[in-house]
Design a protein around this ligand. Structure first.
Ligand code: ADP
Ligand code: MG
Length: 637
């Protein structure tokens, strides 16, 4: 077989760029290349005095020190005339001049005199760096790439993107719209002859906001390949997470000024650059923290023994940013109006979240409410576009039929989905081969007294024990009021939509506490893997069932044992000695089974274990009656 000709996927972003690849042989789905900590490469290029080039994090770190030769946000200039780009120039620290035919050119000074670069050349520096990263990670030469661009990019902007690829030694085999790539990463593709579906892709990054409404047109007999049609786009080229940083910064600065007794107007100018930068760091940290916590606190040393201390609750934060979120919501409504164009039955089937700022829960809530569906957030919003580009690259590299490693796109759940229960057993909520969409609910309780947090592990597979299944994700339901084991009412709901995306939610009904997680169960799963897992489950079927049975018996018997022995102690005075002895003997028998089963589940006969439990349950009926009667009497008096 000829060596594979890899096609990488590149998200060439305004702020950050990434490269991803699909390991065809590993069948692991798309992965972003590079170390976890630096997968997001800042789209920043610095020209050194000797004319050499620095790219990425190092260049980004020098943006304050070398503003006139550090080139950022070059994407804003790609394929545009200076006239068109003029509104953006005030945000750029470097010099932009007119080239031939009013094209935008970057001018920087070096020791050898001025250096004029086209936006294509600057972008090529970023692409070259990503190409090298891919070659290092994959251990082979890379010459082809799929590169993403915003849906609203015109022909000139797309051509400029291709040209910069060529300058970087990369053949851009396809330009893909960013929202399309995100939809591909979620596996949104038409399934056979099903109706077209409509998808909203909401992309809120650091400095830009884009909303795209896509329609997925399924293939037909003449044309087998489905495609995404862009129905409408809207957005704001200067709306993003940076604005939130400034809102918090302004709040801090205003209050610090007040604390220091600085007059209103003076306040904003009384902080020097480095102080502002430090405060900005605090502001961003607070913002990030509030995405996962209900409050965030800062403590800033103001010198002379003075301190600025401030706690911001999520509620206050949401009040602060509501106007900002609403600006994006307005743009969504514009896009919806354009996409609808007289079609009364127009509905959005799915919503895909892209960009770091969509981690803010309030953004998710507002977007969900607007479109009336739970937005897709399961895939890292920073990485989802690059992953989609890599998937597109793999489809092109592998031909349409792709072969064995082609991602699984099915109308059915290929492997059962469930959660871990006490003792490491799996409770399956949705069995394999169930048709999507599907919903399943399971009721549970706790197995330990006073348990206030419950961990919920979501698993996939056919085996009976968690250790033999694939873990898809873990989340925690926190803050349940302490109650005896078995009293909390936990309801876990699995909801798999038509695209195969799983939403799991858990509610404790007595307290109303709720938690949720979203998962893409088929991500990186291949047909081969499904077949292997299935074969293994047949091989182990009998053993697995026994083990599951024993594990459940242990859990339930422990609750019985505790309950019965406690009551026996309490009411022994009211009972005949013979009856007490009988119960004690049976408790001991059950305890023996529990201990042996915990040491090794194979050492017990599940039927005998089951009988021992039933026997004790039957004998304890009278004890239960007395217990009830006693507690009624206690209530009356
Ligand atoms: P861009 O599309 O402009 O390249 P990104 O998609 O990388 O930007 O998003 C960057 C923005 O996301 C920044 O404003 C950053 O502060 C914000 N961000 C990242 N993580 C979080 C988080 N956990 N909570 C809130 N905002 C976040
Ligand atoms: Mg982005």
């Amino acid at each position: 077989m000829a060596p594979p000709d890899p096609i990488i996927g590149i998200d060439l972003g305004t702020t950050n760029s990434l490269v991803a690849f699909v390991d065809a042989r590993g069948g692991r789905g798309a992965r972003v290349l590079g170390d976890e900590s630096d997968q997001l490469m800042p789209s920043v290029v610095r020209v050194e005095p000797d004319g050499s080039i620095v790219v990425g994090q190092e260049a980004a770190d020098g943006i304050v020190a070398f503003p006139d030769r550090t080139i950022n946000s070059i994407k804003r200039l790609m394929g545009r005339s200076l006239t068109d780009a003029s509104a953006d120039l005030k945000y750029l620290g470097y010099e932009v001049i007119a080239g031939e035919h009013d094209t935008a050119r970057v001018r920087v000074m070096t020791d050898a005199g001025e250096k004029i670069m086209s936006p294509e050349e600057v972008s090529a520096c970023i692409l070259r760096s990503l190409k090298e990263r891919a070659e290092d990670a994959l251990g082979m030469e890379v010459s082809k790439a799929v590169v993403t661009v915003p849906a609203y990019f015109d022909d000139a902007q797309r051509q400029a993107t291709r040209d910069s690829g060529r300058l970087a030694g990369l053949e851009v085999v396809r330009i893909v719209n960013e929202p399309t790539a995100a939809a591909l990463a979620y596996g949104i593709r038409s399934r056979g002859a099903k109706d077209a579906q409509t998808i909203a892709v909401y992309d809120l990054g650091g400095g830009t906001f884009d909303i795209s409404i896509l329609r997925l047109i399924p293939g037909d007999e003449q044309n087998e390949t489905e495609f995404f049609q862009v129905l409408s786009t809207a957005g704001d080229t200067h709306l993003g997470g940076d604005d939130v940083d400034h809102l918090i910064l302004d709040l801090f600065m205003g209050e610090i000024a007040e604390q220091l007794g600085i007059e209103g107007d003076q306040a904003m100018t009384s902080f020097d650059g480095s102080t502002r930068k430090a405060l900005m760091g605090f502001a961003r940290a607070v913002k990030h923290k509030l995405s996962s916590e209900n409050a965030a606190t800062v403590s800033i040393d103001l010198g002379d023994g003075r301190k600025y201390e401030r706690s911001i609750s999520r509620v206050e934060f949401e009040g602060l940013i509501e106007g900002w979120v609403d600006r994006s919501i307005d743009a969504c409504q514009r896009a919806m109006r354009d996409a609808r164009s007289g079609n009364d039955e127009f509905v959005i089937d799915s919503v895909v979240m892209v960009g770091g700022s969509t981690r803010i829960p309030f953004v998710r809530t507002k977007v969900g409410a607007l479109f009336g569906v739970e937005p897709y957030t399961a895939i890292d919003p920073d990485r989802v576009v690059a992953m989609g580009a890599a998937l597109q690259g793999q489809i092109i590299a592998g031909g349409k039929t792709g072969g064995k490693s082609e991602a699984l796109l099915l109308d059915v759940i290929p492997l059962s989905l469930g959660i871990e229960t006490a003792g490491g057993a799996v409770a399956k909520l949705i069995m394999r081969n169930t048709t999507v969409p599907v919903r399943a609910v399971e009721r549970f309780s706790t197995s330990v007294d006073g348990q206030v947090n419950v961990k919920i592990q979501v698993v996939q597979g056919e085996r009976e024990m968690v250790t033999d299944c694939r873990s898809l994700g873990v989340f925690e339901l926190r803050g349940i009021p302490p109650m005896p084991a078995g009293v909390p009412k936990l309801v876990v709901e699995f909801l798999v939509d038509a695209n195969g995306i799983l939403n799991v939610s858990a509610v404790e009904e007595r307290s109303g506490k709720r938690a949720a997680i979203q998962i893409v169960p088929n991500h990186g799963l291949t047909r081969e893997e499904v077949d292997r897992i299935e074969a293994e489950s047949f091989k182990h079927a009998r053993d697995d069932m026994t083990q599951h049975q024993v594990v459940d018996l242990v859990t339930n018997s422990k609750l019985d044992y505790k309950w019965i022995s406690e009551r026996l102690e309490r009411f022994a005075d009211l009972l005949e000695d013979d009856y007490c002895d009988e119960l004690r003997t049976k408790l001991n028998v059950l305890q023996g089974f529990i201990e042996r089963a915990q040491a090794d589940w194979r050492s017990v006969d599940p039927n005998a274990f089951h009988s021992a439990k039933e026997d004790l349950d039957r004998s304890s009926m009278r004890l239960q009656e007395i217990g009830i009667a006693e507690s009624l009497r206690a209530e009356k008096s």
